[in-house]
Design a protein around this ligand. Structure first.
Ligand code: SF4
Ligand code: SF4
Length: 63
């Protein structure tokens, strides 16, 4: 039960602020990453991943 960031990521940083409860997203080299141990797929907010709509290149998908 976690989302992941694919190679399509352009490291824009637009997703990171969406994860303001679990802080699962971090900047890595060369792309951003989601820690699967922290990502709940936003279960506590209704189960609709809040980071996904922030990503203009659709790089956040179900792991
Ligand atoms: S789905 Fe929710 S918990 Fe998981 S990385 Fe995105 S915003 Fe964070
Ligand atoms: S919003 Fe998308 S492209 Fe930007 S850092 Fe996050 S995953 Fe990468």
């Amino acid at each position: 039960m976690a989302m992941k960031i694919t190679d399509d990521c352009v490291a824009c940083g637009a997703c990171i602020d969406a994860c303001d409860i679990n802080f699962a997203i971090s900047e890595a080299d060369p792309i951003y990453v989601i820690d699967p141990a922290l990502c709940t797929e936003c279960e506590e907010s209704g189960g609709d991943p809040k980071c996904v709509p922030n990503c203009a290149v659709e790089a956040i998908v179900k792991a």
